[in-house]
Design a protein around this ligand. Structure first.
Ligand code: GLN
Length: 197
């Protein structure tokens, strides 16, 4: 499996490790490539859109022509895991002119709605499809304020969606790559496969 981490900005190494761990648990080693230029995404089986700064990620993927390749990847039904800033970039509406929302997740988001950096928090969150709650790390997290009818809400905090699935895209307001628990990566990339190890 070739996994591309959109690496123009954000926490790239953590996602690379998490997808490697998830893939190893299925006896299917992942080859991770960092995507900074056009021409790499078409060879990827799965994509990761990391946390970071959505305005910067949006500007750079557009400048490099990676945005259209990501759209094409999803149009072909291939999986994406988008976290935090990645969720903002993948949303339908980020309510910020500096973010060219890709419209891959039918949801609108409020950037930084959970507060400033000092207001970041952690919570044990039950997630559909996981047996035990997930230790979720929220850092200047976006609030998903509205989801379309085709969007499956996988987890909520205070009644607000914090993890959603829209077709091949799983998106979280929190950072699953910052813990050593690969279950969200697993959910995104191996939804129907047995764990062998
Ligand atoms: N609030 C940031 C943004 O708007 C996202 C924060 C994060 O990815 N941890 O891009």
């Amino acid at each position: 499996m070739q996994a591309g981490v959109i690496a123009v900005q954000g926490d790239v190494a953590e996602h690379a490790a998490a997808v490697e761990n998830a893939a190893a648990a299925h006896g299917e080693p992942a080859e991770v490539v960092e995507v900074r230029d056009a021409g790499i995404v078409p060879d990827c089986d799965v994509l990761l859109m990391p946390g970071g700064e959505s305005t910067t990620i949006s500007r750079l993927i557009r400048r490099e022509g990676i945005d259209e390749e990501i759209r094409e990847h999803v149009a072909n039904g291939k999986p994406v895991l988008a976290t935090c800033a990645g969720l903002i970039v993948c949303s339908r509406d980020a309510k910020d002119d500096r973010v060219d929302a890709l419209g891959l997740v039918d949801a609108s988001v409020d950037r930084n709605a959970f507060g400033r950096q000092k207001d970041s928090f952690e919570a044990k969150v039950p997630v559909d499809g996981l047996d035990d709650p997930f230790h979720a790390v929220f850092i200047r997290a976006p609030l998903i304020d509205e989801v379309g009818p085709g969007v499956e809400v996988l987890a909520t905090v205070d009644g607000r969606p914090v993890a959603v699935r829209d077709g091949p895209v799983v998106a979280t307001a929190f950072h699953p790559e910052l813990t050593d628990d690969p279950r969200i990566h697993d959910l995104a990339f191996f939804p129907e496969r047995e764990v062998v190890a």
